[in-house]
Write a protein that binds this ligand. Sequence first.
Ligand SMILES: Nc1ncnc2c1ncn2[C@@H]1O[C@H](COP(=O)(O)OP(=O)(O)O)[C@@H](O)[C@H]1O
Ligand SMILES: [Mg+2]
Length: 588
Amino acid sequence: MAEKQTPVSGWAVYKRLLRYSAEYWRTFLIAIVGMFIVAISTLLFAKFVEPMLDDTFIERDVETIKWVPIALMAIYGIRMLGAFLSGYFMAYIARGVVRKMRTKIFSHYLTLPISFFDSQSSGTLVSKMVYDVEQLADAASGVVTVLFRDSLTIIALLIFMFLESAKLTLILMISIPLLLVFVLFISKRFRRVSQRIQHSMGDVSTITEEIIEANREVKIFGGQNYENKRFEVINRNNWRQFLKYHATNALSSPVIEFVVATGFAGVLYYVTQPSMIEDITPGKFMSFLTAMLLLLQSARPLASINAQLQRGIAAAQSVFSLLDEDEETNKGSQNLERVKGHIEFKHLTFSYEKDRPVLHDLSLKINAGESVAFVGHSGSGKTTLVNLLPRFYDLQQGEIIIDGHNIEDVRLDSLRSHIALVSQHVTLFNDTVAHNIAYGDLDSATPEDIRAAAKAAHALEFIEQLPDGFETLVGENGVRFSGGQRQRIAIARAILKDAPILILDEATSALDTESERHIQAALNEVMKDRTTLVIAHRLSTIERVDKIVVLDNGRIIETGKHKELLTKSGTYEKLYKLQFSDAAEASS
Ligand SMILES: Nc1ncnc2c1ncn2[C@@H]1O[C@H](COP(=O)(O)OP(=O)(O)O)[C@@H](O)[C@H]1O
Ligand SMILES: [Mg+2]
C-alpha cells in the first residue's frame, strides 16, 4: 500500500524517539551504572589473564595462585549485578515507551477525521498499533543497551590494550574504516527491508480481518480457494521480506567479525616477528589476546544491533507519520448554547474525489422544529448531505448555518452535542446493553432514563427477554442481535441524547413493517419538538413530515409536502407509485 512516508534522516527519527524516553532518565542512569559494571568486569577479566599466566604458571608464585579462583568468581559476581541492572532497567524504559506510544496512537485514532479512515485499511492501522510499536521497543532499549554497554566495553578494552601495547593496538585499528563503510552500507538495506516487512504485516492483518468479518460471504459464495490463494501471495511476500532481513542480518555479523579478524591477523603477524618476541611476556601477550577476543565478542552485538536499530527507525517512521496526520479541523471557538435547530445549507458543493462532486451547489432552509425527509435513488447524496452537518467531513464550498452560527466557527464537540444520529450502519460496542444506550457523554443517565428511552424505541420488549436484561453483554458488534434489534438500540441511544437536531439515516430500514410502524409512532413523538432530518427507504414512513426533499445526483429536484409532490407527477410520485405497487404485490 502506498503510504505517506516522510523522508527524514534516521537520526532525526531516533532523536524524536529518544524524546519519548527522556522522562526515564533516572532509570537510564541506573541502567548505565549496570553497563559500566559489565564493561569494567570485562576489562578486569582481560587484565586477570596476565597474572594468571605469568605468576601462576610461569613464576609459580604461591601467594597469587591462592587468589586466582576467588578473583575469577568476584569478577563474574559483580558482572551478574551489572547485567541485571542494565537488562531490566532498559527493558523498563522500552515497555514504558511502548505504552506511551500506544496511548498516543489510540487517542490519535479517536481524533482523526473520517476521511483518513476512508483511505486506510483497518488492518494496516491495527498492525501499526500492534506490530510497528513493538519494533520500537527494540530500538528504544535494545539498541541503547548494546550501544552503551558494548561501546563502553570496547572503549575500555581499547584503552587497556593501548596501555599494554600501543603498537599492536594501532595495527588492530586498521580494520576500523573498513568496518564503518560496511555498517553504513548494510544499514540502508536493513531499513528498506524493515519498511517492506511492516507493509506486509499490514497486508496480513488486513486480509485476515476481512475474511473474519466476511466469513458468511466466504462460506456461501465458496470463497475459500480464492482467499487461500490471495493469502498465499501476501504470506509469501511476508516470508520473503523476513528472509531478506535475516539474510542480511546473518551475513552482517560474520562480515564484521571477519573484518575485525583481519586486524587480528595483522597483530599476530607482527607479534611473531623475531624482533617482537623478546619484547613481550607470554602473560602480557595472552592478556592482549584475551582483550582482542573480548573485543570481537563485543563487536558482534554491534552488528546485529544495527539490524534492530534500522528496524526500529523504520517502525518509528511509520508511527510518527501516523501521529503527524492532521486531526479533524477544529478551528471554531464558539460554544453553542442549546440551539433551536434552524438549519441552512448554502450553496454546498462537495466531492470525495477531486472533480467528481456528489453534491452540486445545494441550498436548503429548514426551520427549527421542522421534520424534513430526504429521498432519492441510492447514491444520490443523501448520506453525504446529512454527514456534513456534524462535520464528519470538512466543508469544501458553501456553508451550513445553525441558528445563525456558521458551523465552522463552532467547536466540534459543542456542535456535535446538539445532534443525535442513527446512522445507516449501526455499530454496537462490546459492552452491556445499558452502556450501549447510555454511550459516551450519556453515561450519567439514570437507569430509569435508559429504560424510558428503550421503551420509546420499542427495544424494551426484547431487552427484557435477555438473560441479564440491560446488563447483558452485546458481544462484538452486537452479534447476538438482529439488524432490527440493533437499530432499535441505536434509536434508543438517539432518543436518550434528547438533542435539538436528530438525524435518522435509514434508521428503520432493517425493521419489519410491523415494528417499523410501532417505532414510527414513537419517532413521530420524538420528532415533535426538534429538527429532524430523515432519510427513509420506505416512503410510507415519511408521509407526515413537514417537507420532503427529493435528491438526484447531488441536486435538489423537488421539495414539498407529500400530497403536493404526489400531484406534481414528478420523481417523487414515480418513486411512490413504484413502492406502492411493490407493497401491493408483496401483500397479495
Ligand atoms: N467515503 C466515500 N468516499 C468516496 N465516495 C463516496 C464515499 N461515500 C459516498 N461516496 C459516493 O458519493 C455518492 C453519494 O453517496 P451517499 O451520500 O452515500 O448516497 P445515498 O446516501 O443517497 O445513497 C455515491 O456515488 C457514493 O459512491
Ligand atoms: Mg445513504
